[in-house]
Ligand binder design. Structure first.
Ligand SMILES: [Zn+2]
Length: 635
């Protein structure tokens, strides 16, 4: 659907989390690194929200608690100690991390706080061994310029990263605590962003500032963005943990569509005379309808002596298959809820029937059993009686919410930019002071010092790229916004390769390779520097760069020399090149006699076809010109 974003009253705010590269973690001396091997240590904990949290009405926390979820933590000694295991109090704040946030904050004109106080933020999913995440505000109330717009920065904070989920089996979740305690910068903007495109631009601008500190860790998962989206008649939705910049605009666009569609559905349902009381928790056991069923999911449940439970949603016919965003229907939203609260695999509903092996006869039977009218819809699940009931309760609740409009939720991103229900939005008062860590003062004098040595701002750099390297504004911007923004100058200075060649590589070539499925993220910055040094010294031609990058991406840990050797990209010697040009001229005598010096273009084409990637184009051109001239004079 085409949307005029100005008219919708859309408001978007971003929270950007960037891992920073310090020599130790935030509250201990462990290395901020992840490990791939089998864990040296594992320990089991039961999820147990503390008293103060249960006092608040955080339905998700209480639910997780009731579920009796167990967490298996995985660790090794190099990346975690007793602090991550919550067996030893945290050490004082890592000064290097505070300093990095301070630099970024001052670049965004934020005002540093006098004293840094570490707070605890309730975490309900077991991703922190303590049951809370430590966070502290370093500076407040700044702003950045993005194009013509001034975007307020609410705060720049320092947080500890959480453990990462590695597996989930039944009631046990596996978390690896190597990531726990890695410092994160958190930057929160005011809710002033008004379109998907603008959301992407603001995110880019903040990312550029964070990278300019020189301390941003790169790679997938090192930057995570939370997007808060609200529409006047819709709701505030938080999309948590978007990792790819390219998905930000899309996620906003889809969320606006989702909300507009839900608002429309709400209006239509109400026009049908429905209200929240129309939906009742009257669950009907329809197991007998499916005694002979060919539906595999239901068959499996019945074999385990489980049941099929159904609920009627009056006048909902057609609404459940209504698309809210690509492949997300109202039915999908009911299913998400059923999975979350009922631990079921999914739901069936009559808008998509007959399907999945459920026959028209079975549906007819079901209609009679539930005394369905033409405009009604029915949702049914096959699971244990307890799970089935919880699932249908959640379905009815979501149905009632559809009559109110858009429910407030925290949602998780899918790979295509759409989102799925993650959990209800947590209550507001989730912060309380961390008493184990003394406050840290930030002195006036110190701020002055940092201010004197702030890194160049991205907009200044943009201007300099244009002036010093002759890049046009568009290309300069693309370089700066690319992942290799910092590398550009280093390469141009050390390799002496033309700036526009390096710039085109960092923007177009890398993008094209990524599109073709080359794992470019596996090619390190050092390797890229090596490639350009080889180009600069004439060992490799610039035409060969894509092939080398592609080979290195597929062969992790190899050198440029191994790459060129393996793909047969040895540069031709002067003698070899001479020979090729000479023989090309001999083979094309007739052509040269006919066209004279005009044969040059055709000859170059023939020679380059043979030597591409193995010889410098300028050298070839010069050589062909010479040989052609001497051939013509001697004949
Ligand atoms: Zn540690």
């Amino acid at each position: 659907m085409e949307v005029d974003y100005e008219k919708t009253g859309l408001k978007v705010g971003l929270e950007i989390h960037q891992q920073i590269n310090t020599s130790a973690k935030l509250f201990c001396n462990c290395r901020p690194e992840l490990f791939k091997e089998e864990p040296e240590i594992t320990f089991l904990r039961r999820l147990r929200p503390t008293q103060s949290e249960l006092g608040q009405t955080d339905p998700a926390a209480f639910f997780e608690f009731q579920k009796g979820v167990r967490i298996l933590y995985e660790a090794n000694r190099a990346t975690s100690c007793l602090v991550e295991m919550d067996e030893e109090p945290p050490h004082p704040l890592n000064r290097e991390a505070v300093e990095t946030v301070l630099v970024a904050a001052l670049m965004m004109k934020c005002k540093p706080v006098d004293e840094v106080h570490v707070m605890r933020k309730t975490v309900i999913d077991g991703s922190n061994t303590t049951g809370f995440q430590r966070t502290c505000v370093i500076a407040l109330d700044g702003e950045i310029r993005v194009g013509e717009k001034t975007v307020p920065i609410q705060h720049a904070s320092l947080e500890e990263d959480a453990a990462r989920k590695t597996a989930e089996e039944g009631n046990t979740i596996h978390y690896r605590i190597d990531r726990l305690g890695i410092p994160l910068i958190e930057i929160a903007t005011g809710p002033v962003i008004k379109s998907p495109k603008e959301a992407e631009e603001v995110s880019l601008a903040i990312g550029n500032i964070l990278r300019a500190t020189g301390k941003a860790i790169r790679g997938l998962g090192t930057i995570r963005q939370d997007i808060n989206i609200s529409l006047p008649k819709g709701a505030l939705i938080e999309i948590k943990g978007v990792q790819e910049l390219e998905l930000i605009a899309l996620a906003v666009e889809y969320e606006v569509n989702r909300q507009l569609n839900l608002i429309k559905i709400c209006e239509e349902l109400r026009e049908h005379g429905l209200n929240e009381e129309s939906l009742k928790e009257d669950f009907v056991d329809i197991t007998d309808v499916f005694r002979q069923t060919k539906c595999k999911v239901i068959r499996k449940a019945l074999d385990k002596n489980q049941q099929v439970l159904a609920v009627k949603l009056p006048k909902f016919k057609g609404f459940l298959k209504r698309e809210l965003a690509p492949n997300i229907r109202l039915g999908t939203e009911l299913a998400d809820r059923a999975r979350f609260w009922g631990r079921v695999g999914g739901i069936f509903h009559t808008d998509e029937m007959p399907a999945y092996g459920v026959t028209a006869e079975e549906i007819e039977h079901l209609r009679n059993r539930l005394e369905m009218k033409e405009q009604d819809a029915v949702v049914f699940v096959a699971d244990s009686p307890e799970n089935a009931r919880d699932a249908l309760r959640a379905v009815v609740e979501r149905g009632r919410e559809a009559l109110r409009g858009v429910p407030e939720e925290t949602r998780a991103p899918n790979a295509d930019g759409t989102t799925r229900f993650m959990r209800p939005r947590p209550g507001a008062a989730r912060m309380y002071p961390e008493t184990d860590i003394p406050p840290m003062q930030i002195m006036e004098e110190h701020i002055k010092q940092v201010n004197l040595h702030l890194p160049e701002l991205p907009e200044q750099k943009l201007q300099r790229f244009a002036e010093e390297y002759g890049l046009n504004e568009k290309l300069a911007k693309q370089v700066l916004n690319s992942e290799y923004g910092e590398l550009f100058e280093v390469i141009v200075k050390e390799s002496k390769v033309q700036a526009t060649t390096v710039a085109a590589f960092m923007t177009e070539t890398m993008k094209a390779l990524k599109r073709d499925g080359v794992p470019i993220e596996k090619v390190t910055q050092t390797q890229i520097r090596d490639i350009f040094n080889c180009v600069g010294s004439g060992q490799v031609t610039k035409e060969a760069i894509p092939e080398i990058v592609s080979w290195l991406g597929q062969h992790g840990g190899c050198t440029i020399q191994e790459a060129t050797k393996s793909i047969g990209l040895k540069m031709l010697s002067k003698e070899e090149l001479n020979e090729i040009v000479e023989s090309t001229i001999q083979r094309n005598k007739t052509l040269i006699e006919e066209r004279g010096t005009n044969a040059y273009g055709a000859l170059i084409g023939i020679v380059m076809k043979e030597v591409r990637g193995k010889a410098n184009a300028a050298v070839v051109s010069e050589l062909v010109k010479q040989k052609l001239a001497s051939f013509l004079t001697s004949n």
